[in-house]
Design a binder for this molecule. Structure first.
Ligand SMILES: [Zn+2]
Length: 468
């Protein structure tokens, strides 16, 4: 008996020791210090990082699994801090933007996004995105979320509940009912609180507000909707939930932050922000996700000008990508003409807003506001996973340095929900979410796409195999 116990202990010891992986001789890209450390060893086991240090100082036990990363770069897994799984990225996904339900009933869209969750998640992993933050979903998808927690191929998923919308109730969605309703329009603080508390039994990871102003006078409109915003934030905070807010105007962003918002999921697009605004965000430790490319996705599609990127072709869903060209072939030519015209008319305004967003992003990043990279993937013309690289390119055009972009795409995403103690960098105690790259991403961001393998909570995955 005694012998057996000792033997079992011995076996366990062997098993635990051999389960340790030593990733040796890596150039370690560290977003905390914004330095690349040469010849590092990272030890991990059971999905957790145990030790990080100079290879010369860490002895590799004979029983360990070894990954030799000589000539390679290792960085934390990336985070897309703004996606929506209730949207497919295709042409039929936002009937409030373009109503094509006579060609494809919205019920088919709902069925599609539920059935394709696994494929979409695999695309993110294949892109090196090991965490996704869904900023507004349905109760049905919240329930689906938990089924992916133990799947190696799936990134870590955080989800807000359905969007708490102030004053905007998009008509094609208003007939939907739970669990497939993505938007709760509220008209009073009492209604807002009722909707938020109704989400708790589904365990959202945070609460999301759509602070939409329809009043042509944005100041008046913003103030009118503010009581519902305040009530939502106070209620969510009282129960320990962080609050993300969609606010695209300077005034809504400012009022939301003053009311306690933790995370802004859009850049300000109506005016160049001043130092007072920047200080407000810094003092409140607010994280800003600039979400630069989503709008052009809509108008490129509506204008018949959507050009797939190389990443759309390798990573994007082919069916949804094809649908972006459907508008040109619809029998309702009057509708097609109307949307072409809309795209042309909006082009100037879109370009103007785009340049304001970029100026603001550069100003806020340089001033030390915490930035998280995010795409708003799922919207028309913004495909899941592939659009991340378009967003990075736009951040580059805004004048951000490669380090600023890498930090926003890793550590910044973790900070969006206060999870930097769990992932976002490579430190002992954190989850083993890492990318092994064949090229230096700091020298050239193209290196982010030279992905040899992804280590997702300790499991090593290869892009070409994990992709659907
Ligand atoms: Zn969004």
């Amino acid at each position: 008996m005694k012998f057996t116990l000792t033997f079992v202990t011995f076996l366990l010891l062997i098993l635990t020791t051999s389960a340790q992986t030593y990733l040796i001789h890596a150039s370690l890209v560290d977003p905390i210090t914004q330095k690349t450390l040469p010849d590092q060893t990272i030890v991990y086991q059971g999905g957790k990082i145990l030790q990080v240090g100079a290879s010369a100082k860490i002895r590799v036990p004979k029983s360990a699994t070894v990954i030799d990363a000589t000539g390679k770069w290792v960085m934390p897994g990336m985070v897309d801090a703004h996606v929506h799984f209730f949207q497919t990225g295709g042409l039929y996904t936002r009937p409030d933007g373009i109503d094509l339900r006579k060609y494809k009933p919205y019920e088919q869209e709902i069925a599609w996004y539920k059935q394709h969750m696994e494929q979409q998640l695999r695309r993110y992993t294949a892109a090196g995105i090991t965490t996704v933050i869904d900023d507004g979903t349905t109760l049905a998808l919240l329930q689906q979320r938990d089924t992916f927690a133990t799947k190696d191929y799936a990134p870590r998923i955080y989800m807000a509940g359905p969007l708490i919308s102030t004053g905007y109730d998009p008509h094609p969605f208003d007939s939907l009912t739970d669990p497939d309703k993505p938007i709760y329009a509220v008209n009073s603080p009492g209604q807002a609180v009722q909707k938020v508390t109704g989400e708790y039994p589904y365990h959202p990871d945070f609460i999301k507000i759509w602070y939409i102003v329809l009043d042509p006078n944005t100041q008046t409109g913003a103030e009118k909707n503010l009581p519902s915003v305040k009530a939502t934030i106070a209620e969510a905070h009282a129960h320990g939930y962080k609050v993300a807010v969609h606010a695209t105007e300077r005034i809504t962003a400012q009022l939301a932050v003053e009311a306690g918002a933790d995370f802004l999921v859009h850049d300000v697009e109506d005016e160049v922000v001043d130092d007072t605004f920047v200080r407000l965000l810094k003092d409140h430790h607010v994280v800003l996700c600039p979400t630069l490319v989503v709008e052009s996705g809509y108008f490129d599609t509506f204008g018949g000008n959507y050009v797939p990127t190389p990443e759309d072709i390798t990573l994007g869903d082919p069916e949804q990508l094809r649908s972006l060209q459907d508008l040109e072939h619809l029998p309702d030519t009057a509708l097609v003409k109307r949307y072409h015209l809309l795209a042309r008319m909006r082009a100037k305004r879109t370009a103007q807003q785009d340049s304001i967003r970029k100026v603001n992003l550069k100003k806020m990043t340089d001033a030390g506001v915490i930035i998280a990279t995010g795409t708003d993937a799922g919207n028309i013309g913004t495909l899941h996973a592939s659009s991340f690289f378009k967003e990075i390119h736009a951040m580059q055009q805004a004048g951000l340095s490669n380090w600023q972009i890498i930090t926003a795409s890793t550590l910044g995403g973790a900070k969006a929900l206060g999870k930097e103690g769990l992932f976002g960098s490579i430190r002992p105690g954190l989850s083993a979410d890492m990318l092994i790259l064949n090229a230096d991403p700091v020298a050239d961001l193209a290196g982010l796409e030279k992905l040899e393998s992804v280590i997702q909570r300790g499991a090593r995955l290869y892009p070409e195999k994990v992709r659907p």
